[in-house]
Ligand binder design. Structure first.
Ligand code: F3S
Length: 284
């Protein structure tokens, strides 16, 4: 029996940087309030650990308005420009842990929309990263996620369109959607902003899923990049299981398989990946 664990499984550099930043701030500003704007990571265990150290999550702009002191950490997903403007008015220390790959998209949409271009963001409209990106556009925009969204796009003919992607979007799906947009006859410029870490993780996951009899994808149910990994793996291997912790693993499902692949989303700690590997090893 073979267990193939993806080398790219687990924290990406942007998530690691953001999580480390919060722990550093806790040490540096002992006795002061430390806030994160939104949960720093889609992982219940890490969040619980930080809460025990006194870190408080700000859930909305309205809640931020009530914060008047302490340290506010911006997570790797980034935030809209109006949040920076609000933070500037406050007597708080701002620590920006936005992933550089997300910051790059903010600069792109700001620059392209200033030129008068219509901005198309390919991604999940409810994801905080996409909401942040929208908040840097200075003009018209649309978010598309499915073919149906492209069909209902209506952009004035004379407008040029600049297309960007949520960093964790499925690359193949992005290409398909761009092709459909192109067929509608719009004058488009495509800026593929899917980050390298995501691209490599998705490629490796697909590779492993194609070889394995069963595939395990580990990550929080609310993690967008893990959901996409699951989609990719399921397309390549029907016996794909999406779990959050080793407890979700139904080992009897793996009893008759000869090889198991394992991958994990960008916010899954190594400890969980190792625990899953150990549980799988027990049955082989
Ligand atoms: Fe950054 Fe990509 Fe991770 S955008 S936070 S490196 S998934």
């Amino acid at each position: 029996m073979k267990i193939i664990c993806a080398k790219t499984a687990g924290f990406c550099f942007g998530v690691k940087r953001a999580v480390d930043t919060v722990f550093e701030q806790v040490e540096k500003h002992k006795g002061e309030k430390i806030y994160t704007y939104g949960p720093i990571i889609h992982n219940g265990e890490v969040i619980k650990n930080l809460e025990e150290k006194g870190v408080v999550i700000i859930h909305s702009k309205k809640e931020l308005e009530e914060v008047h002191e302490g340290v506010v950490v911006i997570r790797s997903h980034g935030v809209e420009k109006s949040i920076y403007d609000l933070l500037e008015e406050k007597n708080v220390i701002v620590v920006d842990a936005t992933c550089p790959d997300v910051k790059k998209i903010h600069r792109i949409v700001q620059r392209e929309s200033k030129k008068g271009n219509f901005i198309i963001i390919v991604g999940n409209p409810n994801h905080p990263e996409v909401q942040g990106i929208k908040g840097w556009v200075q003009g018209d925009w649309a978010v598309i996620e499915q073919v149906g969204d492209v069909e209902s796009l209506s952009i004035p003919e004379e407008k040029k369109c600049s297309i960007v992607a949520q960093t964790t979007f499925n690359l193949e799906k992005f290409k398909d959607l761009v092709e459909i947009i192109e067929k509608k006859g719009y004058d488009i410029s495509v800026l593929n902003t899917i980050c390298n870490a995501t691209r490599k993780r998705q490629e490796e996951a697909k590779d492993i899923a194609e070889q394995a009899d069963a595939m395990i994808v580990i990550g929080d149910k609310s993690s967008s990049n893990t959901q996409k990994l699951y989609e990719i793996c399921q397309n390549a291997c029907k016996a794909t299981y999406y779990i959050q912790t080793p407890k979700d693993l139904e080992l009897n499902q793996l009893e008759s398989v000869k090889s198991v692949g394992i991958t994990a989303g960008a916010s899954t700690p190594n400890t969980i990946i190792e625990e899953v590997q150990n549980s799988v090893r027990i049955i082989f």
